[in-house]
Design a protein around this ligand. Structure first.
Ligand SMILES: Cc1cc2nc3c(=O)[nH]c(=O)nc-3n(C[C@H](O)[C@H](O)[C@H](O)COP(=O)(O)OP(=O)(O)OC[C@H]3O[C@@H](n4cnc5c(N)ncnc54)[C@H](O)[C@@H]3O)c2cc1C
Length: 561
């Protein structure tokens, strides 16, 4: 039974940064991932990472933009921490070997991003996540004496002792099907987002909300779950992302009448207003009949000099060609708002601590809350690194004062029993893929850019029906080696829990703020709703609570761009 000071579940940017920080603090670390670490979803991050590093910029300006972007729902103490520590984190990455873009004078160069009052996004062409992830992985391998890597291991359950402390997890070796108990003095969830609960989504197939549901199931409250980001520029058919970097480099949006419609909705920032504002503007144009017949808007990247596009946006040149048959350097590409990011997650403080002693969370799985109602582009990579590092350091400090826990062997029998029950499901019920598709399409229809009470009630009814159906969905593959079928069945359960929490919180918030726009409550209402909504598991379903929003220096104002 492996035992480590700090166990990290997830090896994307948050997990790897946490592992490095914990190892640097002297802890023995295990990092576990259901895919090879460099295939974690962070590898897809394109446009860049924010920091107020230029001498003419300030962390306070970055923090204010973030607070405003969050529609005043972000916790300002946490936002201050993130923005104050951002410049040093960028320098640390650069010194570690990340080849950030340099401008003509040889300095680190920036690009503009939405909702930012300065160009403060540092980038490596449009493969920023990949560039950072690979450098962190190299570092992780250098720490091989302290950091044990469990690659292609799937966590099924978090473990607690009699006093409620989190003491590790049960995981399945995907290569062999063997189950193992991992004990740890501190456990950090870094298992990413839940985009697959929507269809289509910009998120990879592995983003199934595992950590959010696992923490929820052992009693950790979730927060801001109603806040789902729809990114303004995704391909209609398959949800592929066209990075905000395109608009940062100068691309324009047009409706089918050839109007640059953002002039109406955000006369100052135009295409570089925050994402919730741009997505709503696009959806309004589409709903009111000014979109293209395929329900889209045109993104015109030909405004960017061709040479610059080929150099700085080369991945989306490929995506345009391969997935839409469009040469973006010569003609506009059709896009629409698409599900992209979950602002909510497991409620933590800014050391990554959840309400369960010994359990931490960092990255997209967590809600600190630095993004509140709407995340600014390029603030997520920053969030993963800052709070990944802080969680790793804090967890290592905790481990110094705690004895190594030991789980009873019976937990393994229980976990095996649950897997066996999936293998033994009688055939004849609905297929897992069918239930997943119905879930995703339901969420994308009723819990999207615009929402209302009727649609949310329909969504909840469907999600709850799917929760009834899922436990009898049989699998075809009964083998032990790389059995993705059984993992798919487990992931479906996680997505359904997450979806139920999202819909319930969206029903509860009877106002419009950030990514939650209720057509039946179209105004922001600070008097009644300037607080977080929390969701905890009560018996079999969600129960709602509230948590205060921390305001340090920026009182809520009207939000215009
Ligand atoms: C297309 C795209 C482009 C983006 N571009 C940007 C950008 O330019 N800038 C920006 O700031 N943000 C961007 N984002 C958002 C950002 O990439 C993510 O929010 C961030 O990378 C999440 O990192 P993470 O470490 O929290 O999780 P991930 O990178 O998703 O890692 C999750 C890890 O958890 C593991 N895991 C999950 N479940 C289990 C389980 N049950 N058992 C074991 N392991 C498990 C996975 O294997 C993986 O290692 C983008 C997002 C998308 C979709």
């Amino acid at each position: 039974m492996p035992a480590h000071d700090v166990l990290i579940i997830g090896a994307g940017l948050a997990g790897q940064r946490a592992a490095l920080a914990a190892a640097d603090a002297g802890a023995s670390v295990a990092i576990l991932s259901k895919v090879h670490p460099v295939r974690s979803h962070s590898v897809a991050a394109a446009g860049g990472i924010n920091a107020a590093l230029n001498p003419e910029d300030t962390w306070e300006s970055h923090a204010f933009d973030t607070v405003k972007g969050s529609d005043y729902l972000g916790d300002q103490d946490a936002i201050e921490v993130m923005c104050r520590e951002a410049p040093d984190e960028i320098l640390w990455l650069e010194h570690a070997g990340v080849t950030f873009h340099r401008n003509g004078s040889g300095h680190l160069g920036t690009r503009a991003f939405g909702g930012a009052s300065q160009a403060r996004t540092y980038y490596v062409a449009d493969i920023t996540g990949q560039a950072i992830l690979h450098v962190l992985y190299e570092r992780l391998m250098q720490h091989h004496e302290r950091v044990a890597r469990y690659e292609e291991w799937f966590t099924t359950t978090l473990l607690q002792d009699e006093d409620g402390n989190c003491i590790g997890c049960v995981a399945r070796d995907i290569r062999t099907g063997a189950l193992e108990v991992f004990n740890a003095k501190a456990t950090i969830l870094a298992s990413g987002g839940a985009g697959q609960a929507f269809k289509p989504t910009t998120n990879a197939l592995i983003c199934t909300g595992d950590g959010i549901a696992q923490a929820y199931r052992i009693g950790a409250p979730l927060m801001d779950m109603e806040m789902i980001q729809y990114h303004p520029t995704t391909l209609a058919e398959n949800g592929f992302l066209i990075t905000e970097g395109a608009r940062g480099e100068g691309a324009h949006l047009y409706n089918a009448l050839g109007e640059r419609f953002m002039e109406k909705y955000a006369p100052n920032k135009l295409e570089l207003a925050s994402r919730d504002v741009v997505s709503r503007a696009e959806q309004t144009e589409i709903n009111e009949g000014r979109g293209f017949p395929d329900g889209t808007i045109a993104l015109d990247i030909t405004k960017v000099p061709r040479k610059r596009t080929l150099e700085a946006l080369r991945e989306i040149v490929n995506i345009g060609k391969d997935f839409a048959g469009v040469d973006i350097t010569r003609e506009p590409i059709h896009i629409k708002p698409g599900m992209h990011y979950i602002m909510g997650g497991v409620k933590t403080d800014f050391e990554g601590q959840t309400s369960i002693p010994g359990l931490y969370a960092a990255g997209e799985v967590a809600c600190v809350s630095v993004h509140g109602g709407n995340r600014l582009g390029a603030n997520s990579l920053l969030d993963t690194l800052i709070f990944g590092r802080r969680s790793g350091a804090h967890a290592a400090a905790r481990a110094r004062g705690v004895a190594m826990p030991k789980s009873p062997v019976s937990v393994l029998d229980d976990a095996q029993g649950e897997i066996d029950a999936i293998f033994n499901r009688p055939t004849g019920g609905r297929r897992i893929s069918e239930i997943k598709t119905e879930l995703g399409e339901t969420m994308n229809r009723y819990v999207a850019v615009y929402r209302d009470a009727e649609g949310l009630a329909t969504a909840l009814e469907i999600v709850q029906r799917l929760k009834q159906e899922a436990p009898s969905a049989a699998i075809d593959d009964k083998g032990t080696v790389f059995n993705q079928d059984v993992l798919g069945a487990i992931e479906l359960g996680y997505m359904l829990d997450v979806a139920e929490a999202i819909v319930t919180a969206a029903q509860e918030r009877r106002e419009s703020r950030g990514a939650q726009f209720r057509t039946d409550f179209p105004e922001r209402n600070d008097a009644d709703w300037l607080h977080h909504i929390t969701v905890s598991l009560n018996g079999d379903g969600p129960s709602l609570g509230t948590a205060p929003v921390t305001i340090t220096r920026w009182e809520p104002q009207e939000r215009t761009y």
